[in-house]
Design a protein around this ligand. Sequence first.
Ligand SMILES: *[C@@H]1O[C@H](CO)[C@@H](O)[C@H](O)[C@H]1NC(C)=O
Ligand SMILES: *[C@@H]1O[C@H](CO)[C@@H](O)[C@H](O)[C@H]1NC(C)=O
Ligand SMILES: *[C@@H]1O[C@H](CO)[C@@H](O)[C@H](O)[C@H]1NC(C)=O
Length: 455
Amino acid sequence: MKAKACLSFLLFLAVFVLIFVLWHMDDLEGRPKKSGGDFLLARLHNLKLEAGVVGQVVDHLNGSYSAVFSLLWEGDAQVEVTLVHPGEAISVLNRLNREQPDRIYFKSLFRSGSLSETTLCDVCLRPTQQPQCNYTDLRTGEPWFCYKPKSLSCDTRINHYMGGSKENLLNANEDKLFQRGVNLKVSIQASGPATVTVLPQKEGQLKVKSRTVTSGPSGYYYQGVWRALGGTTVREFNESAISQCLKGKAVHMNGDSTVRQWFEFLNAALPDLKEFDLHSPKQAGPYISLDYANNILLTSRFHGPPIRIVVVSTSELRYIANELDGLIGGPNTVVIFGIWAHFGTFPMEIYIRRLQSIRRAVVRLLDRAPDTLVVIRTGNPKDLNLFVSLTNSDWHSLQCNKVLRAMFKGLNVHLIDAWEMTLAHHLPHNLHPPPPIIKNMINHLLSYICPVKGS
Ligand SMILES: *[C@@H]1O[C@H](CO)[C@@H](O)[C@H](O)[C@H]1NC(C)=O
Ligand SMILES: *[C@@H]1O[C@H](CO)[C@@H](O)[C@H](O)[C@H]1NC(C)=O
Ligand SMILES: *[C@@H]1O[C@H](CO)[C@@H](O)[C@H](O)[C@H]1NC(C)=O
């Protein structure tokens, strides 16, 4: 896969300047492509200023693409365009999610007395002669099934874990569509200049204040610090400012390991916050931390299945919606959730259904306690290899984020755009973003909890 990029023109409209980058994607045979559908990411950055912002990529459906950038700092800025997947790879991923959602598979151990048995489990199981146990959650309606053990009853299920992954999922030559350094998250070199210089704003020029719903970045980095464009001023919080902000609060985190990272960060940042040892399995939780002097309670719990981590006891399997129903809420309650990384093998319907049940619970929570703060963490781009692409691709995460935004639009909830915060940063993409990015996410979170007075 070869690709050429060139800056076609620059417009100095104001501080907000659009640059259009047009380029051609050549297909595997080296012919120029006539159709779109490739998954591209664009970023404008300046390493010395530790500045970065995500560009919006527009697919012209004829093999050409544009990227629109907001110019938000003065000085040099470099354009960076990354091909995440060619369109042909996206077709493979969509096919796999339709036909092979069980390519990551789950198991449960059943045990009673001296008898034990293990069977396959999933959101939906392929029909066989073997009877199934129906573990569909009665309150949320979230489906979950296991093949019934031969000699034990359905209520002897004691845990949930990831059983493994299937191999040989690709047809002939399809692996060529997922080659690192070739067509998998590969940087596209510019054939012309890829640097712009932003001049100081002149008087009378337009100032960009807020982001429109469909376009424009949600924020940008400057001197390594995330500045949100959605109206919230992100402040930096040192140790004492964090304690002061969280004083008297109960903060409940629910979701996957990317939410647990926030719990871990706060625990490490606050010496007076002490984790209570619940003897929980590492990764799975649940976790509780307390700061008695400041009356701070922090909890963290994994979302309900599918969960692809260590063995989780069935008695610790909780759906986020049910957890939210268990909260009184109020001005001293902060609810945080993030759920995306364990859904990458499924058709989008599975994720949509999960979010629908969470949305209903959020609406109930905000009805009974309107001043509860609800913060949602989106998914973020990852380090991709063939296996990760096939089971948890950035493509899928991006679709999840779109669904998430649409699902919670109009509700009094706050989003932390982990996608852009990871993409705009100079550090490499990682499922678990590195500490400098987490620190910015925590500052963003705390800025929601403790906004500047009068803003
Ligand atoms: C593709 O479409 C864009 C936008 O309509 C146009 O500017 C460009 O010239 C087209 N490119 C080709 C190769 O047709
Ligand atoms: C599983 O149980 C749920 C809840 O009782 C029910 O609505 C659903 O129809 C059941 N599914 C099957 C396949 O039996
Ligand atoms: C922490 O930040 C506050 C303001 O947010 C400042 O007044 C205080 O001096 C800082 N403390 C330390 C130890 O830097």
